[in-house]
Design a protein around this ligand. Structure first.
Ligand SMILES: CC(C)(COP(=O)(O)OP(=O)(O)OC[C@H]1O[C@@H](n2cnc3c(N)ncnc32)[C@H](O)[C@@H]1OP(=O)(O)O)[C@@H](O)C(=O)NCCC(=O)NCCS
Length: 182
């Protein structure tokens, strides 16, 4: 199962992706706001093995995200956390070499569209670290609204961590709410 957006392709991970993914996933700056990493070589190998088993089965789905020429830039994930309640969660990662080019927003927007248009989802959620301003901005630009702050949401690297909760509904305006747009 693959997804194509204006500039990007989401495809299943393969073991050869270790070459470009590991330098990203082992970077402590990249993972400073995540609840995983920085990855060891084995962590990335295990991640790729897990991602490969997801295939065409039920969620969660995790994709490698590449540019049109096949260059790997990051990852995308979609998890239908409750099928009866038609609720899904998204996640994304963009490597430092490709940040600031709108790819994070393009990935999040693609995931939201996928959830609504292909999986009949009512509500798409995402969380981020309260200091992760880039991720919060990505979510806002992808059309998610800030709903609140979840206290002690994660136990990350031995410390309790709050998370911001964002969500959008299938009846909300698509394409985001860019408050800075003219
Ligand atoms: C968060 C992340 C996906 C953003 O990816 P990106 O491709 O740089 O995002 P975009 O280019 O679409 O930028 C989105 C917005 O964030 C802003 N932004 C980017 N980096 C920023 C930073 N370091 N500080 C503040 N704002 C930042 C951009 O300016 C843009 O807003 P604007 O259009 O109003 O100017 C990327 O930094 C990343 O993967 N970080 C590490 C992993 C992570 O935190 N994942 C999310 C977990 S919740």
């Amino acid at each position: 199962m693959s997804i194509t957006t204006a500039r990007l392709r989401f495809r299943p991970f393969v073991s050869a992706d270790h070459t470009w993914l590991h330098p990203i996933a082992s970077d402590p700056v990249v993972t400073r706001y995540t609840d995983w990493g920085p990855n060891t070589v084995d962590d990335t190998t295990d991640f790729l093995a897990d991602a490969a088993t997801e295939g065409a089965g039920p969620s969660p789905w995790t994709w490698a995200v590449t540019q049109a020429d096949g260059t790997g830039i990051g990852s995308a994930s979609l998890d239908v956390v409750s099928a009866p309640h038609r609720r899904a969660r998204i996640g994304y990662l963009v490597g430092p070499a490709h940040q600031g080019a709108g790819y994070g927003t393009e990935i999040a927007t693609g995931l939201v569209s996928r959830a609504f248009d292909h999986h009949g989802i009512r509500r798409v959620e995402a969380t981020c670290h309260p200091d992760n301003t880039a991720s919060a901005r990505v979510l806002e630009k992808a059309g998610l609204l800030l709903e609140g702050r979840m206290r002690s949401h994660l136990l990350a690297r031995g410390a309790w961590r709050d998370s911001l909760l964002f969500a959008t509904l299938d009846t909300d305006p698509r394409g985001g709410r860019d408050s800075r747009a003219p």
